[in-house]
Design a protein around this ligand. Structure first.
Ligand SMILES: Cc1cc2nc3c(=O)[nH]c(=O)nc-3n(C[C@H](O)[C@H](O)[C@H](O)COP(=O)(O)O)c2cc1C
Length: 558
């Protein structure tokens, strides 16, 4: 039923408006020739994001133009063209927190997260950094030499352009974390993405505090930036607060930081940015973004009220960001920046193999599941992986069930053991143990001793052979092991594939990280414009509001 206020004008080009939409105080002045009335032309005008959009009505038709100007309405003057409504230009730079842009020297509030084992590769970090987009190198699981080579390469290519390197907490071996920190300090890595921390360690506090100083104006200068990835309030609060006094005192005693740095560290938060990670690929608590983000923003506000930091900590989001819609929703909820992960693994620059990228390009939303994680296997910790095109999640789950049921390799029934050897390991469990023992004798003799003395630990070490290698096979493209590829992936991948279906981006060999980032941010800007028009009362047919990836930079957006 049409109310008094309802549709005043309805046209075959799919746009209509209500009486209350019409701007009574202003008129549009300009050439009627510039006004588009046909749907395809209208869409082009709407997509012209760096220009304003005037929605006008002339000779009973609704049209759209990007030119002309607004002027105060003069009651004695009847304009030939009636102004319905107008929206200003919009830039991708308008989204998120402007201090994220200036602090990190980036062009917009979009970043890509680390992907372990160099899946977030040097190529990825360099390609994004050159376009002033922040991206984190996937340092997790790499040897120190490999990591150092990556830092050399990234620094040589990027100069002063933005990049970060992942500092992943390793609960079982603090030395891994401390060696990484020393390497980052040695090479002047100025931004780390700290992840998987359950509590602060001396290593991350050292990295932060040793970069503090006073500038000429006696203000605190933060040289070592920390972006902390969290999915729980209790962990977030550790990074939102200043470093614990106890750790700072120990660092001073060890002469790793100065007294001044300890004093300054008590005045600044541990992190500059907190990435709230919702349901994502890899390790995840599977929390919904819409619940998690407001909760962490509220926590940030509470802590900010207590400490009154000169620059409040920014709260960004990761987990499920894959489309213009999801990015825009996050920004509208107050995210300081958005971070993508899963979708970048399907891009050309990712350090994963072609077969993995092909599988990822076919993923649908429900093609992912939680499976046992290699690093915390015994504790039953799971991570989110691809289930379509690989048997890994089912096989890893089987290993976990056997681990839970039996106390030693010897107590597994023969038939069950033979099945494992034939289907999963493709060698005898004895052979796997020999390989594992040889590896541990080099890397972790202490652990080897424990495994020799405890059959349950030995069983976990044997099963971890499969859990550890399967993710490497997925990156290196191990032939004949495709059904065992362990591919970390979240529902974001399916969401992305749905969005780009039918466009050039449906093929993985067309997916470039910079282009994907631009498309998502430009798409967000476009969708914002369309929502603004709708909120003002314009009724617009759905196909005007859809944003498909456009091959070239057709959009007039910076
Ligand atoms: C293949 C893969 C590997 C990942 N490895 C790491 C890692 O080593 N360190 C880390 O902080 N986050 C890691 N992540 C998480 C991403 O950095 C990012 O936070 C997450 O993927 C965002 O959620 P999304 O997958 O829904 O886009 C990984 C994600 C994927 C998909």
């Amino acid at each position: 039923m049409k109310t008094e206020d309802a549709v005043l004008s309805e046209h075959d080009n799919g746009i209509s408006f209500s009486a209350h939409t019409v701007n009574q105080n202003q008129i549009w002045k300009g050439s009627l020739d510039s006004v588009a009335f046909k749907p395809a032309d209208i869409k082009d005008k709407l997509l012209n994001l760096d220009k304003p959009c005037y929605i006008v009505r002339a000779a009973g038709k609704i049209g759209v133009t990007n030119v002309g100007y607004l002027s105060q309405s003069d009651n004695n003057y009847t304009a030939p063209v009636q102004l319905v409504t107008a929206v200003p230009p919009i830039s991708t730079q308008n989204f998120g927190d402007p201090t994220f842009l200036s602090f990190h020297g980036v062009k917009y509030a979009y970043a890509t997260g680390a992907m372990a084992g160099g899946i977030a590769s040097e190529e990825m970090v360099i390609a994004l950094g050159k376009e002033k987009i922040l991206s984190s190198f996937g340092a997790g699981g790499l040897s120190l030499d490999r990591l150092e080579a990556a830092i050399y390469r990234i620094q040589a290519a990027l100069n002063s352009q933005p990049y970060a390197v992942n500092l992943i907490h390793s609960p079982n071996d603090q030395a891994i974390e401390s060696r990484a920190v020393n390497l980052y300090l040695k090479h002047g890595v100025r931004t780390v993405e700290a992840s998987a921390f359950l509590d602060l360690t001396a290593n991350i506090v050292y990295y932060r505090a040793v970069g503090l100083g006073l500038n000429a104006a006696n203000q605190i200068e933060i040289k070592n930036k920390v972006i902390a990835k969290v999915s729980r309030r209790e962990v977030a609060s550790k990074f939102l607060e200043p470093a614990p006094q106890k750790i700072l005192t120990e660092l001073v005693e060890q002469r790793l930081i100065s007294e001044l740095q300890a004093t300054l560290a008590a005045k600044v938060p541990m992190a500059d940015d907190i990435t709230v990670e919702a349901d994502s690929g890899g390790h995840t608590d599977n929390r919904p973004l819409v619940c998690l983000l407001p909760s962490i923003i509220a926590l940030r506000d509470e802590i900010q009220a207590k400490y009154r930091y000169s620059t409040p900590i920014r709260v960004g989001v990761a987990g499920g960001i894959a489309t213009p819609q999801s990015a825009l929703a996050a920004f509208m909820m107050g995210a300081a920046y958005v971070m993508t992960g899963s979708i970048n693994q399907s891009c050309i620059e990712a350090g994963s193999c072609q077969h993995t990228k092909q599988l990822l390009a076919q993923v649908e939303m429900a093609d992912v599941m939680m499976a046992p994680a290699a690093d915390m296997f015994e504790m039953g910790v799971k991570l989110q992986v691809l289930k379509r095109g690989t048997m890994f999640p089912m096989r890893a789950q089987k290993l976990y069930e056997i681990y839970r049921t039996y106390d030693s390799i010897e107590s597994i029934p023969t038939q069950e053991k033979e099945k494992l050897e034939k289907q999963i390991f493709r060698k005898t469990l004895n052979q796997v143990w020999e390989e594992t023992a040889a590896y541990l004798s080099q890397k972790n003799p202490e652990k080897l001793a424990k495994a020799i003395n405890n059959p349950k630990i030995k069983m976990a070490a044997i099963f971890r052979w499969y859990l550890g290698l399967s993710s490497r096979w997925a990156s290196s493209g191990e032939k004949g092991r495709e059904v065992d590829y362990q591919i970390w992936c979240g529902p974001a991948m399916g969401s992305f594939n749905d969005w780009v279906r039918g466009s050039y981006l449906s093929a993985p060999n067309q997916r470039q990280v910079v282009d994907v980032a631009n498309q998502i941010m430009q798409g967000s800007a476009f969708l914002y414009r369309m929502q603004s028009l709708k909120i003002q009362g314009l009724q617009i047919q759905d196909d005007y509001c859809q944003y498909y990836p456009l091959r070239s930079t057709l959009l007039g957006v910076k």
